[in-house]
Ligand binder design. Sequence first.
Ligand code: KIV
Length: 274
Amino acid sequence: MSSHVPQQRLTTASIRQMKGQSKIACLTAYTTPTAKLIDPHCDLIVVGDSVGMVLYGMKNTVAVTLEMMSAHGCAVMRGVRNSCVIVDLPFGTYQESKEQAFRNALRLLQETGCDGIKLEGGEEMSETIAFLVARGIPVFGHVGLMPQMVNVAGSFRSLGHTESEADKIRRDAVSVAEAGAFAIVIEGTVEIVARQITGSIDIPTIGIGASPACDGQILVSDDMLGLFSDFTPKFVKKFADISPLISSAVEEYVSEVKAGLFPTKEHTFHPRRN
Ligand code: KIV
């Protein structure tokens, strides 16, 4: 009998149980190689619709499609053995009705093998969240700054500065938690509001630009690696700066090619001697 025990990935239930026990470390990933590098260290990986901006050069996430999310979800799942993986439902694939949300969430779960889906929205999405959870689809909520709402909001700006904004975010978070989400992203929100929400709901809060007062944190991996240079939000810390390394490697390659110095003998095939 083989002594090999297949490794179990973290589930949405285990992420939920981490509230109050240990901080939850999350990153985004869109490709197999990045997922392989991130997976041994993170609790949860989000295949975010930020893929549209980060990999496709889109100006926001509005035009990201279900097909893109499925393809990148499959790519990430090929590189993961440890982390819980959540795939974003993109804009327009869940807002119309709870039935539309179920159909598209099911498609992502079945095509990618991921553990659950993430969708943006508060009170207005609570019925949909309850519908999905009651039918076997784990939901990761997302409140505060909601990038898919950019055309209504007018910009990506932090929220919770006025009492009415703060009240709306608190009500949104409570209704998402009560609807049965296993955890919730709080994006671009002032510390006091993130702290109040974290202390008042029984599911983990995962902050992005929402202060340390959350149960965990998420960053876009390309931001924290210094790979995405279009803009760097104030809340991002670059834990590495990969872009200059890529530029200097490319410069060196091009100058060696131009000078006839690459490939060398070492990188060239020659007939084998028997
Ligand atoms: O799209 C995304 O990458 C996200 C995470 C940063 C939470 O929504």
